[in-house]
Design a protein around this ligand. Structure first.
Ligand SMILES: Nc1nc2c(ncn2[C@@H]2O[C@H](COP(=O)(O)OP(=O)(O)OP(=O)(O)O)[C@@H](O)[C@H]2O)c(=O)[nH]1
Ligand SMILES: [Mg+2]
Length: 371
């Protein structure tokens, strides 16, 4: 073999290897960019999923009926649920507390409280007290005055009061639900039945609204949805008789709770108010009425106060359910009712769904309204 060939061959071989290496590398590069590695997939996947599944508004999650779900449902805070009710007072107070408080601030706060249905007398008193407290404590910063106002408002409620619904020690408790037309009585009954059945209690619903067409059908739907028993008579029947029969049924069958739906009636119509008194008396001959719950539509404003007065006289109201606080209500009516009539608000309705009923807690409520 001629001298010099071997080094040349080695050079050629090296060149061939070099070219082959370059070709392989060039071919692989686009592949590496296009096909994600496992790590790439893991890094990219969440973003892709979030994009593919559009973000759902919180409301959608809340409105999903979950009658017997064992899973805790993500629920919004009361603050979020109060919606416009909260915004009404919040916006006005934010305007009033723009700078250090002066005479105009106090006037604006008073006006805001009156507009929020707290009542003129209560609003004037609150502002007078607030003003002297702020002076005493040398509070000048808007945020601090606002929290002082919160304290004042909570003080209007009796915070030690027992707001739980009554249960009898012997026999099934009877809860009578009353109120003017369309305030949310039947819907509240559905929500209560759902809550009770979730806690493992059996429920019977008495369709003592024999006046409005298809009222028993509406209650029947709630009974079906909540697994409750429905006791009804013919349309136009005596509501007292329905309540009586229902009571016999729950006693015979050992049902845990009886809730009696009644027809909506104007508090100004004496015969209708008397009829309600009669229903109560019919039940009470047999068994005490643990709760006579007055349902008030919070959007009715100060008129709610008048209703509460009249119904309290006719049926001895034991507690109030304030509904539609998720709507355009101004929220202050809760304070007016407790402050002026001393009837405890026990529950609040914050929507049309089965889970839109909350126990009423003064501090949580005031915090939600103000912050
Ligand atoms: N937004 C909102 N709507 C509610 C609430 N409670 C009840 N409603 C609605 O108010 C309307 C009337 O509710 P009902 O439960 O039929 O009222 P009712 O007092 O039984 O009415 P009558 O039997 O006719 O006197 C319905 O459209 C309900 O969905 C609530 O808390 N928030
Ligand atoms: Mg009804």
């Amino acid at each position: 073999m001629p001298e010099g060939i071997i080094p040349e061959l080695l050079i050629v071989l090296a060149l061939v290897l070099l070219i082959a290496g370059v070709v392989v590398a060039t071919r692989r590069r686009p592949k590496r960019e296009g096909v994600a590695t496992k790590e790439d997939i893991e890094a990219v996947e969440p973003a892709v999923e979030t994009k593919a599944e559009p973000e759902r508004p919180t409301q959608e999650v809340i409105e999903t009926p979950s009658l017997v779900t064992a899973e805790p449902v993500a629920r919004p805070t009361l603050r979020e649920r109060l919606g416009k009710s909260r915004k009404f007072l919040g916006d006005r107070l934010a305007d009033a507390f723009r700078g250090a408080p002066d005479d105009a601030t106090w006037d604006d706060v008073e006006a805001a409280l009156i507009q929020a249905d707290i009542g003129i007398g209560a609003a004037t008193k609150i502002v007078e007290d607030l003003r002297s407290k702020a002076r005493e404590r040398k509070v000048t910063e808007a945020g601090e005055v606002r929290s002082l106002l919160g304290e004042q408002l909570v003080e209007l409620f009796d915070t030690d009061r027992d707001r739980a619904l009554g249960f009898a020690s012997d026999g099934p408790p009877v809860w009578l639900v009353v109120g003017v037309n369309g305030t949310g009585k039947t819907t509240t009954i559905g929500k209560l039945a759902r809550d009770l059945s979730e806690r493992g209690r059996s429920v019977a619903l008495a369709a003592a609204d024999t006046f409005r067409a298809a009222a028993d059908e509406q209650l029947g739907i709630w009974a079906e949805r909540t697994g409750s028993v429905l006791i009804k008579h013919q349309p136009g029947a005596d509501p007292g008789a329905v309540a009586y029969d229902a009571l016999q049924h729950v006693r015979a069958k050992g049902v845990d709770v009886l809730i009696v739906d009644t027809a909506g009636r104007l508090h100004t119509k004496t015969p209708l108010m008397d009829e309600l008194g009669k229903v109560r008396r019919v039940i009470e001959k047999e068994s005490p009425v643990q709760e006579s719950l007055l349902v008030i539509d919070a959007t009715a404003g100060q008129n709610g106060l008048v209703q509460a007065r009249e119904f309290a006289e006719a049926t001895g109201v034991t507690g109030i359910v304030l509904t539609k606080l998720d709507g355009t209500a101004k929220g202050g009516i809760a304070l007016a009712i407790e402050n002026e009539l001393g009837i405890p608000i026990k529950l609040i309705g914050v929507g049309e769904g089965l889970e839109d009923l909350e126990p009423f807690d003064p501090k949580t409520y005031v915090d939600a309204l103000l912050t």
